[in-house]
Design a protein around this ligand. Structure first.
Ligand code: SF4
Length: 264
């Protein structure tokens, strides 16, 4: 039998420690989700980025591919990053849970409790200046507060995670915004504030140097997903998937049906 591939050796201690943590997570059985997942979704991106993005849990596509945010909400996240001149390769993306909850249900408290050491260690190793939390679960876990996302989105919170001084910046979850034009508009406005948040001072650290150019060009439209795409927890629509009929959000968003995904 052929031996599993071994990651090439690295001189970068952060990369080496993240690889070790990834291997630990990939064999983790600390909660019941180990019995239903296909693949562990550890996280990916630039391990030295100033910006870390934390979602809720893997969905169908993430579980299949072992990568975070590869469904429809992931495409929206890519578009949001592009509006501030960043790509997903320039940030680090992870979730609160590393294994997919069956049928994309909400994470259970005991699952969050069991899995949070992985996320906290990721924050400690990557040491970002800013952690963007997507939606309620990530926001409540990392802020230590039960205040909901509706009240705290778009407001930078100075905090410390894993011994790292940083700014927490909660925003709506892209999966929720896909189907609610007003929420999508708010999400985009909050993202446009990220360069400013990246430039906020932190004790003992240089001023932010990863703030992207404010005049970053908007991305090209994204081809709509094919009709037979399976849903994904990071893109799970609310029960009613009827396209919203409310007023269109203000330009440059076109809003409208989520399945268009030509959002900017
Ligand atoms: S969700 Fe987290 S704690 Fe539960 S099995 Fe997966 S890696 Fe382990």
């Amino acid at each position: 039998m052929r031996a599993p591939p071994v990651a090439p050796a690295t001189d970068d201690p952060v990369v080496a420690q993240l690889d070790e943590l990834r291997r630990e997570a990939e064999s983790c059985e600390k909660c019941a989700l180990a019995g239903t997942r296909t693949r562990v979704v550890f996280g990916e991106g630039d391990p030295h980025s100033d910006l870390m993005i934390v979602g809720e849990a893997p969905g169908y596509h993430e579980d299949q591919q072992g990568r975070p945010f590869v469904g429809q909400a992931g495409k929206l996240l890519d578009q949001l990053l592009a509006t501030i001149g960043l790509t997903r390769e320039q940030v680090y993306i992870a979730n609160v849970l590393k294994s997919r909850p069956p049928n994309n249900r909400d994470p259970k408290p005991e699952e969050i409790e069991a899995c949070q050491p992985y996320l906290l260690r990721q924050v400690e190793l990557i040491a970002p200046r800013v952690v963007v939390t997507l939606g309620n679960f990530a926001t409540k876990l990392l802020s230590g507060s039960q205040t909901g996302i509706t009240r705290v989105h778009g407001i930078a919170q100075r905090t410390s995670i894993g011994g790292r001084d940083l700014h927490l910046f909660p925003v709506f979850h892209p999966a929720a915004a896909l189907y609610t034009p007003a929420m999508l508009d708010t999400l985009k406005q909050d993202f446009l504030r990220l360069p400013e948040v990246l430039g906020l001072p932190l004790d003992g650290r240089d001023a932010g140097h990863a703030a992207p150019p404010a005049d970053a060009a908007p991305p090209a439209d994204i081809t709509p997903p094919s009709a037979d795409q399976s849903p994904s927890a990071d893109a799970t629509p609310p029960g009613d998937t009827t396209p919203p009929t409310g007023p269109a959000p203000s330009p440059p968003l076109t809003g409208g049906p989520a399945e268009q995904l030509g959002l900017f």
